[in-house]
Every structure is written in C-alpha cells, then in structure tokens.
Design a protein. Structure first.
Length: 324
C-alpha cells in the first residue's frame, strides 16, 4: 500500500502540472469497505473497490443516486471462497464457463492513481492464471468517463477468450439498445445482425419491447424469471433509464472479427434483482503475456424521460445522448 499512498500524495501535483486539477482521487470508506477510491470532477463520481475486485461499485452524480446495483448483504465483505455478485461493473472472460468465468474476485487489488482517475489491478487468478484490471479516466468536466477493461494471460500457454464487460444496473429501470441501421425491402436484402437467444429466453415476456430500430428490456423487481438476448452492432451502445436519469455506455465492435455467442457484441440480462448491460470484445487467441482490452465510454444525463418506447420518442430523446 506504500506505493498507492505515495501516489495519492503526489496526485494533486501531477494533476496541476497537467492542467486537470479538477479531478480528485481520494481513498475512502464505502459501505463497510475501508479501502475504496473515489474519482470525481465535482459533477460526477465513481467508487472503485480496493478490498475486492476490480469493481466499479458506484457511478452517479455527486450526491445523487447510484445507477449501479448493490447487494447490501455483500457490501464490506471480502475473502469469500466463491464468486460474489456484489453489483457494479466488472470484467469477465467469454464464452461463459461455470468454473473459470466465475472465478472469485474477493481479494484486495492494487490501486494506482493517474492524473485522470486510476487503475485497479487484481492479482493473477490461481484458477485461470488470468489477471484483470479496470482503468477509469474521467473528463475534467461533465460526466464522460472512459473505462478500459483488461485481461492479461499469465499462463504458459495461449488461451482463446474474449473480454466481457458486465454492468449491473439498479432495479426498476429500462435498458434500450439500438440495432444497426434499418432499411427497406427489396432495396436492402442482406442480413444486418444476429438476434441471439438463450434456452430461457421468452420473447413473449412483457418486459421486452421491440421496435423497428430498438430493443428495450425493463427490470421488474416482481418478476424472477431470467431473460437474456444478444445482438451485434458495430456502434454498440445501451442506455439505462432510471428515475429521470440516463446512464449511457458505448463501445465499438469490428464486423471483420469473430465474436462469441453466435456473434454478439452486446447482451442484456435481467431477473428480479438487477438488469445487466454487457459488451463483448472479439474472440482472441491470447498468447502468454498478452493483454486484451474492452474499452467503454460512459456518461450520465439528467431529466431524461421517454414518453413511450416507440421509434419516434427514442429517436428524439435517446439518440442525442448517444451521438451528441
């Protein structure tokens, strides 16, 4: 922890030299964890855990709601033998494996402050020989955050997998994602994207809304039946609407590369506890020492209300948040 403490002491000087003194990185207690780190520019803030992880456990306006899910009974705890959902944002390896993907992340992580945020780096996982880290970089003003999710192969052999970012959203909201640009028959005859189902997917579930341009999924705390769908979009994005605020996450996908789960760059899941919005990087044969990265861009927006889940209203309210 000496290295972290020294860097925290020097950070204000580093920030001043780089002209970004507005961003503060502070070690803080958060809901029972004594070693968490708050990154804020005075408008938005996020909390990264140091006692477990790497996790971004909170993202919101300063003094406002946390748009991420939290499990109160799991806050402040560490050292468990099995993986804990906890909440927030994390990085996994895809395709999903019931053992290796669910490797526990319940031990302390190294936290390295930077002029615009920090890097949270976990130890190498004994089960997988993979090392995971999350770097957050906040804009000096506004709510834009760039979040880089990395997995490094520390084994002696090449391993094929994809970086998979899962963000658990607080209950009661609605997620919206866009399909690739639509067209008309018979002008546009080629297929544009997959729509991928799981064995438990039920398209008749009323939590789903489909329009020509968009897919929406509502989180219902009273419905415990799990639902999930996936799709591909070169311009991968999702918006989560919660209590008049909107959380936006964006990523870029490469159609020339192979993606897991029948070609998904985006997946969304819900049950009665939370809703996840997930992006995936391409499937990569990762050599020893090599790192794969999935970069997302986040932002928050106030006073966002979509009157109805129809193309015209989503076009008018949501699209300006994605492409300002």
């Amino acid at each position: 922890m000496l290295r972290t403490s020294v860097l925290l002491f020097l950070l204000p000087l580093i920030s001043a030299v780089n002209g970004i003194a507005e961003i503060k990185v502070e070690r803080t207690e958060y809901k029972g964890w004594r070693n968490c780190y708050r990154v804020s520019n005075g408008e938005a803030e996020l909390i990264v855990t140091g006692d477990v992880g790497p996790r971004v456990i909170r993202f919101g306006f300063v003094g406002g709601q946390n748009v991420f899910k939290e499990y109160p009974e799991q806050m402040g705890r560490s050292g468990e033998d099995k993986f804990q959902l906890r909440g927030g944002d994390r990085v996994w390896k895809a395709p999903e494996d019931p053992v290796a993907t669910w490797a526990p992340d319940n031990v302390p992580v190294e936290v390295i402050p930077t002029p615009t945020g920090l890097v949270a780096r976990a130890p190498v996982e004994p089960l997988t020989m993979l090392r995971k880290e999350i770097e957050v970089s906040m804009a000096p003003s506004g709510t834009e955050v760039t979040v880089s999710h990395r997995i490094t192969n520390h084994s002696l052999f090449s391993v094929e997998f994809a970086p998979w970012v899962l963000t658990m959203m607080a209950p009661g909201g609605t997620a919206i994602t866009g399909f690739p640009p639509r067209g008309r028959h018979p002008i546009n005859l080629e297929a544009t994207n997959p729509l991928v189902m799981w064995a438990y997917t039920n398209l008749a579930d009323k939590r789903w809304t489909f329009t020509k341009k968009y897919l929406a999924l509502h989180q219902d705390p009273n419905n415990s039946e799990a639902q999930k769908l996936g799709t591909f979009n070169r311009d991968t994005w999702a918006v989560y609407l919660l209590n008049g605020e909107a959380f936006v996450k964006r990523a870029t996908a490469d159609p020339a590369k192979t993606y897991t789960d029948f070609g998904c760059s985006f997946e969304t899941f819900t049950n009665n506890e939370f809703l996840e919005i997930e992006t995936l990087g391409p499937l990569t044969k990762v050599s020893p020492g090599q790192t794969v990265t999935q970069v997302e861009h986040w932002s928050l927006h106030r006073n966002v209300r979509v009157p109805a889940l129809i193309d015209d209203d989503i076009d008018r309210v949501v699209l300006p948040l994605i492409h300002p």
